[in-house]
Write a new protein. Structure first.
Length: 90
């Protein structure tokens, strides 16, 4: 995995309790941006953030983002994945 260093202004960094909180926020925002731009699908985004497939929808909704910008193929794939997950959760 690629590691990069970025400069964060102190007054913004102070808004986070720990460096790990800041790192996680930046990482999640980057992954969500990649998802919203169609670079990765919902499943990959959830995997990278290490949350469940259904939690990615909660995360997007909590940020006021929509998942409707998906392609028809991605919605179909997501529908089948959700049915598979729900079928194995019982």
């Amino acid at each position: 995995m690629l590691t990069i260093a970025i400069d964060i202004p102190d007054d913004i960094a102070e808004n986070f309790d720990t460096l790990e909180d800041l790192r996680l926020t930046l990482y999640e925002d980057f992954i969500i941006e990649q998802r919203q731009n169609g670079k990765i699908n919902f499943g990959k985004a959830a995997e990278l953030i290490e949350i469940s497939y259904t939690e990615i929808f909660d995360l997007l909704g909590g940020q006021g983002l929509s998942f409707i910008n998906s392609t028809p193929q991605e919605l179909e794939q997501s529908y089948h994945h959700f049915n598979y997950v729900m079928g194995h959760a019982r």
